[in-house]
Structure formats: C-alpha cells, structure tokens
Write a protein that binds this ligand. Sequence first.
Ligand SMILES: Cc1cc2nc3c(=O)[nH]c(=O)nc-3n(C[C@H](O)[C@H](O)[C@H](O)COP(=O)(O)OP(=O)(O)OC[C@H]3O[C@@H](n4cnc5c(N)ncnc54)[C@H](O)[C@@H]3O)c2cc1C
Length: 287
Amino acid sequence: MIPGAFSYHRPANLADAVKLLSDLGEDARPLAGGHSLVPMMKLRLASPAHLVDLHGIAGLKGIRRDGNSLVIGAMTTQHELLVSEEIARSVPILQEAALLIADPQVRYRGTIGGNVANGDPGNDMPALMMTLGAAYRLEGPGGAREVAAADFYQGAYFTALEPGEILTAISLPVPAAGHGHAYEKLKRKVGDYATAAAAVVLTMSAGKVATCVVGLTNLHETPLLAADAAKAVIGTSLDAAALKQAAAAAEAIMSPAADARGPVEYRKHVGGIMVARALQRAASRAR
Ligand SMILES: Cc1cc2nc3c(=O)[nH]c(=O)nc-3n(C[C@H](O)[C@H](O)[C@H](O)COP(=O)(O)OP(=O)(O)OC[C@H]3O[C@@H](n4cnc5c(N)ncnc54)[C@H](O)[C@@H]3O)c2cc1C
C-alpha cells in the first residue's frame, strides 16, 4: 500500500508541463485528481519516477459555452460538473453520469480530464463523451491537436495520447433542444465501477425516434458506440420488438472481461438490459 519513490513537479504553466513531460520521457506521468493514478501506484501497478502535478496551471479549469459547443477544462472536477448550471441546462446527462461515479470524496478530487485520459474501461465518462460526439484537445511538444473521443481509445489503458502530451480541454456540441438522455449503470454497490452501463442521447419526432446514439461502458476493453443498436430503434416508437433488437445488436459487440463483477454472459445480458432501459428513459424525457 506504499507507492515507490518518485519526484514531484508542480509546473506553473502548460508550456513548462509539456517540456517537463517530454524531457522526463516515459518515467513521468501527469497527476490530476490522483484518484486512479495514486491507487495504482499504491498497488505497484504503476511506478512513475516523476509526477507532474497539473494543479498549478491556470486555464485548465472551467466550463464555458462557445456558440453551440460546451468547452470543459481538463482539470474541472466531477463535483464542479455536478454544480454547473450551464451543464444542467445544456447537457444534463453529464450530471446524471457524474453522480454515479464513486462517492463525494472521489468526485471532489477526480477530474474529467483524468477520467477520460486514464483509459480504464471502467471509467464512465469515455463512453459518454463518444455518445455526445466530444473531441479532446491535446497539447504536446509538437503543438496542439484535436482528437475525436471516438478515435481516442485503442485498448485498455492505451489511448491516442503521445508521450509528453497533456489533455487540456474537452469540447462537445450541445445536444438539440428537447433531446432525451439517460445513463443507466448497474453496479454491485454504491461507489463501484459499472458491471455494465449504457448512455443514450436521442430525439423524438411524432412519437418516433428521429436520431439516436448509444454508448457502452465496461463491456469491452474500450468504450464502444453501439451503432447497430441505435439504428434498430430509429423510426420506431420503441416498441418491445425494437427494444429487443437494440439490446441484441448491442450485446453482439460486447466482449467484457470475466471478473468479480460476473462472468461474460451475465455482463453481456445485463448490458443489453441497460441499453433497453436507457432507451426507454431517454425517450420518456424527450420533448
Ligand atoms: C473508490 C473509487 C471508486 C471509483 N469509482 C469510479 C466509477 O465508478 N467510475 C469512474 O469513472 N471512475 C471511478 N473512479 C475513478 C475516479 O473517477 C478518478 O478520479 C478518475 O478515473 C481519474 O481522474 P483523476 O483526476 O483522479 O486522474 P489521475 O488519477 O490523476 O490520473 C489518471 C490517469 O490519467 C492521466 N492524466 C490525468 N489527467 C491528465 C491530463 N489532463 N492529460 C493527460 N493525462 C492525464 C494520469 O497520468 C493517469 O495516468 C473511482 C475511484 C476511486 C478511488
């Protein structure tokens, strides 16, 4: 339970942080809220020789509306998402999902940037970011670039982040007014990671689904977009047959690990149920 020795750095600006990370190379890791990295270090599953704390860098925090987009600084905490009036107004699914992460203690420290950069299949925000069509702004020794959330996740703990790069902000298009949304998460107990979870954002027109996106958490080594599940309900009134078809289409792309949360077949089965429930609840909220 005691981490290995490491050096602690607290740069005052982004350029210094990028330089430190690229000079120190693979032995260095950015430190955000520390609620994934520090437990990994205590278990000796990670032993970085250098931690580059991002808390001293101005400009990495905050939530602002930029036209039809919402821009969220990487160091914005999960608690700050929960109390944001802008998020309550424009992207309420973010608050629904944030409230299902861990407990208040973790949410006061844990950041959205750390959650999406971590690459753990159990993190809740990545599938949600894919569902919302978000993009990540990355700043590295070669300058800044933007990567779509849907292209960011390459495997468990493998992402598109290059050595020395820092995720500075997330931008996402504000969903259409009157959209329906739901994040359904099955967990063994309060504070646990998902056994299976599904995010849905949809619009309805004359009682039928007009547009729909479905995302899946902890049902594969990366977050997934369930495109065929969404296709199965578009144009329907979400009758029992359409829901069944959507759940089956989602289950067909799931390949969860068998672990303490249950065997593969069980997790796929409850994953399908999360999809059907999220679709129904999202539709009930659409105007
Ligand atoms: C008891 C417990 C229960 C939890 N339950 C859940 C849960 O149900 N769902 C869930 O989603 N999460 C859960 N978490 C994890 C929590 O949400 C973490 O806070 C989050 O995963 C990581 O955010 P962080 O700011 O703490 O990042 P850190 O732990 O500081 O960093 C995580 C990783 O991301 C990298 N990193 C961090 N920020 C950046 C950045 N800006 N740019 C580039 N790389 C960066 C770090 O180098 C590290 O590799 C739980 C944690 C605990 C302790």
